[in-house]
Design a protein around this ligand. Structure first.
Ligand code: FAD
Length: 522
């Protein structure tokens, strides 16, 4: 072979121009299952199974037309390290060129930038052709950004609002635009999109697959790969091919998009998927292109304007065209320093119940158990249940990141880190969010039904039966007053706290201290 081309596990893009070239008979495409990937964090069992199953399905499909070398986890030749595997393959086939697609993760970028190949071998890095924006595009959307500034110091002077970027990318792509104006007259329908799920609302049955991946599970068992959560390897429910991913997309547009926006923030124990798409795994492995997902949603809206309103489709487009692209630019602009920031200097350990779901707080218990069962929680469960609790309790962001990076089916660092470290834990000091996403039990009661079956009482502020979030919330405000004095979005809250009597504040803080001393048993 003249050339070896690497395909990483999250680069399963069959529409890449690599596969459209005609004379690829001298090209060898390689994919590796490696311990460096199964072991850099403890992943959910379903995540490892789904990644390997999707990689194998991709290699099989591509192998009917192209030369593909697929190195399995149990192959004798496998060095389990990306650099070493690349060296070994290049030596073996005597290729003079090595090509790879731009990786999305920093740790892989470092590896691929330091391959140290024989000088006779040329190296080419090409685009993954997946995103609307480039890795280093943040400066294009925020021209006043100091290119060299580190995340935490920059956050003191500037919040890089997603909305600023979103409006520009809407104009650039023309999605939901009428000339230079947003379709329907508004850029953002968030205000209409914050409803609690009424008991009378029927829910669509989730489309789940039944992929038999027992052969992969056997390999994981033999290699003693450490995982978390549970999996039914006879019937893995996640899409592992482009065909299944497209089926899930169609199902979403027909059944869930009509109510996507309106119940986007709702929490319910009635169904784990609600009106969410669960397309993040297919998107993050690149089995689906964001363009086709956005266009399918917009087409659904055009075809069924009576069922799907602009507020629903705009809410969905914003997540993918807005948030998803934006967090990737943040990640690439500020890594590797980004990961090391710890604005509130939080140091506590993540309680063990994050791995077992064994806690008396119903909201946490349900969201964690669901995550262990399905490798999935929707955005508000991640942000306002587990994330909110970790932030109020002062858990070390590094431990919070590790948990999120492992547990979710869609967790790849470029998207997990800005969401967890920045949006949820405010560890970057407010670069991404203009104020911390925190709440007392009140918000949970307003948006969900957890409180009705909880051992704690959301109405009580103090005492052994009081909802722990109620006092932890004020403890968080109180211990970080110095940080909030200059944040105008926090003024009202700070004023509310300072107006309370000394004895009232003391009681609340004492209650919070009791919880903090006993976090493991909360
Ligand atoms: P839907 O609600 O149906 O949304 C549609 C799509 O929009 C998603 O598939 C996703 O591609 C995109 N999207 C929505 N919100 C975001 C966002 N904030 N950032 C980037 N893309 C978004 N998303 C991941 O893909 N991987 C992660 O590791 C991840 N970690 C997160 C950690 C925390 C603490 C939080 C608060 C959010 C995280 N998110 C992550 C974002 C979001 O929660 C998930 O994308 C979403 O829940 C996936 O489920 P879904 O496909 O049903 O999404």
């Amino acid at each position: 072979f003249r050339e070896v081309r690497l395909i990483l596990g999250d680069q399963l893009n069959a529409s890449h121009s690599w596969f459209k070239e005609e004379d690829t008979e001298h090209v060898l495409f390689v994919l590796f299952e490696m311990r460096q990937e199964t072991d850099y964090v403890t992943h959910h069992r379903q995540k490892v199974l789904a990644f390997f199953a999707a990689m194998r399905a991709f290699a099989d499909a591509m192998g009917t037309i192209h030369n593909v070398l697929y190195m399995r986890l149990d192959s004798d030749e496998n060095q389990h390290n990306l650099k070493e595997n690349i060296h070994a393959v290049l030596n073996h086939v005597n290729a003079k060129k090595f090509s790879y697609q731009e990786p999305d993760e920093y740790r892989l970028d470092i590896q691929l930038n330091s391959l140290d190949l024989d000088p006779e071998i040329s190296i080419a890095c090409v685009s993954s052709e997946h995103f609307f924006t480039q890795r280093d595009d943040l400066i294009r959307y925020f021209p006043k950004l100091d290119r060299r500034a580190k995340a935490e110091s920059l956050a003191q002077t500037q919040t890089l609002l997603m909305e600023t970027f979103y409006r520009q990318i809407r104009k650039e792509t023309g999605y939901l635009m009428e000339g230079n104006k947003p379709e329907g007259g508004k850029w953002n329908y968030d205000q209409e999109n914050r409803n609690k799920l009424p008991d009378s609302q029927t829910l669509p049955d989730p489309l789940i697959f039944a992929n038999d991946v027992r052969h992969i599970e056997a390999v994981l068992n033999k290699a003693e790969i450490k995982t978390l959560g549970t999996a039914n390897s006879e019937r893995l429910l996640w899409p592992i091919s482009r065909r299944q991913s497209r089926e899930l997309l169609r199902h979403f547009v027909q059944k869930a998009l009509p109510h996507f926006g309106v119940y986007q923030d709702a929490m319910s124990e009635r169904c784990w998927t609600l009106f969410h798409s669960r397309l993040s795994f297919s998107l993050n492995t690149k089995m689906l292109h964001p363009r086709e997902v956005i266009e399918a949603a917009i087409q659904g809206f055009r075809d069924n304007p009576n069922d799907i309103s602009i507020a629903q489709v705009e809410g969905f487009v914003r997540q993918i065209l807005g948030w998803r692209e934006y967090v990737r630019m943040i990640y690439w602009q500020f890594m590797p320093d980004y990961k090391a920031t710890n604005y509130f200097e939080h140091k506590r350990d993540l309680p063990a119940f994050f791995w077992t779901g064994k806690t008396k707080m119903r909201c946490l218990q349900h969201s964690i158990q669901q995550s262990l069962d399905y490798a999935y929680a929707h955005h508000i469960q991640r942000l306002m249940v587990t994330g909110n609790f970790a932030l109020l309790a002062g858990i070390a962001p590094e431990q919070v990141n590790t948990w999120y990076l492992g547990i979710y089916i869609d967790a790849v660092e470029w998207v997990e880190l800005p969401n967890t470290h920045g949006m949820s834990q405010f560890a970057d000091g407010g670069l991404l969010a203009s104020k911390p996403y925190v709440s007392s039990g009140n918000y949970l009661q307003k948006m969900g039904h957890y409180c009705t079956s909880c051992e704690y009482d959301v109405k009580q502020k103090t005492g052994p039966k009081s909802c722990p979030l109620n006092s932890l919330y004020w403890h968080f405000i109180d211990r970080n007053l110095k940080h909030f004095k200059n944040n105008h979005r926090m003024h009202m809250i700070v004023n509310q706290w300072e107006k309370r009597s000394d004895s009232d504040r003391k009681a609340v803080l004492e209650q919070a201290d009791t919880w903090l001393l006993n976090l493991e048993n909360i």
